[in-house]
Design a protein around this ligand. Structure first.
Ligand code: TUI
Length: 312
């Protein structure tokens, strides 16, 4: 089986991390991924401290394997969450949607592994300098809040410039993606959308079905004009947002229009008026499996792909 230094660093069996998706990456999903040998990650999104505290208590009951917590740096509760995570001494912290520079030394003090998500070489280098244990390098293929560059072009550029392990994210959902990421110099992958379509993921079934029904060109980007581009599945909401952007609506109007939309899709199952965050790889996902099946299938396929490449 493919093992890399990420497995050693995080004390996990397979070099697969589950994306810490806001609203989506709840404790049930994260525990299932950790129990299946990957790294499950609870996504804080914009949740307040008490909610995250309960999630951490629950995951400790559901698994004795390592797990992570993702801090979304645009959250209004970010300082409270950081304080909580330090107190709780969670094994791994990932960060997204911003620069976690000012928090890294706090995490290092308590021995937590810190893995920021970065969308560029410059930020990756900065994170290495200030002590990140690894970096998740996320291409624009990913769902949710995204950067500009593709996984294919970002990963080799970053791996050439840093000495800490790189974990590839964005556009990866199977064993081919894992082997491709390793070929580009990554030591592991972070997978989001594939884990949404699992038995253990608690999103509304309409959300899972929207991904299953989607095809290659359905995951589009809105919000470029606000400076916070977000990849979501095409629906009534995106149509309206595109219209508003064409009319040069101001940032405040656009951001107000987006408030509560992710919850609407995830919790209420309103996949027309809600924000169905999902990556470009959505079109590849055709079924709902358990997290264990997802991980096993990826690893078995990766081994096959690796040997077929070696015999070319
Ligand atoms: O964070 C994500 N994906 C997310 S967060 C999220 S919740 C949200 N909803 C609506 C609007 C905004 C957020 C949904 N999906 N992925 C990790 C990621 N981080 N992608 C890109 C970045 C990133 C961007 C800029 C990381 C650092 C960064 O730094 C800029 C700077 O300050 O230098």
């Amino acid at each position: 089986m493919i093992k890399t230094e990420i497995c050693e660093l995080l004390n996990i069996e397979y070099p697969i991390l589950q994306g810490g998706m806001a609203w989506v990456a709840t404790v049930e999903l994260a525990a299932a991924v950790s129990n299946a040998g990957g790294l499950g990650i609870i996504g804080c999104g914009a949740a307040p401290k008490n909610v995250v505290k309960e999630e951490i208590a629950k995951i400790r009951k559901l698994t004795n394997k390592p797990f992570g917590v993702n801090v979304m740096l645009l959250s209004p509760h970010v300082d409270d969450i950081i304080e909580l995570l330090c107190k709780e001494r969670v094994p791994v912290i990932t960060t997204g949607a911003g620069n976690p520079g000012k928090y890294i030394s706090k995490f290092k003090e308590i021995g937590t592994k810190v893995i920021p998500v970065v969308p560029s070489v410059a930020l990756g280098k900065r994170m290495e300098k200030i002590g990140a244990d690894a970096i998740i390098v996320e291409g624009t293929e990913a769902g949710g809040h995204i950067g500009e560059l593709t996984t294919m072009s970002l990963i080799p550029q970053v791996t050439d410039e840093v000495n800490i392990p790189v974990i590839a994210a964005g556009g990866i959902a199977d064993g081919r993606g894992l082997v491709a990421a390793l070929a580009l110099g990554a030591k592991g992958v972070q997978i989001g959308t594939r884990f949404v379509c699992t038995v253990e993921c608690r999103v509304h079934e309409n959300y899972k079905n929207a991904i299953i029904k989607s095809s290659d060109r359905d995951a589009i980007v809105t919000g470029r004009s606000t400076g916070h581009p977000v990849r979501v599945l095409r629906n009534k909401l995106t149509k309206k947002l595109i219209e508003l952007e064409k009319q040069n609506a101001d940032i405040e109007t656009l951001e107000k229009f987006g408030v509560g939309r992710l919850r609407k899709a995830v919790v209420d199952g309103d996949v027309e008026n809600g924000s169905v965050m999902a990556g470009q790889i959505s079109g590849l996902i055709k079924d709902i499996k358990t997290c264990k099946e997802v991980i096993q299938d990826i690893m078995v396929e990766a081994e096959k792909v690796r040997s077929s490449i070696l015999s070319i």
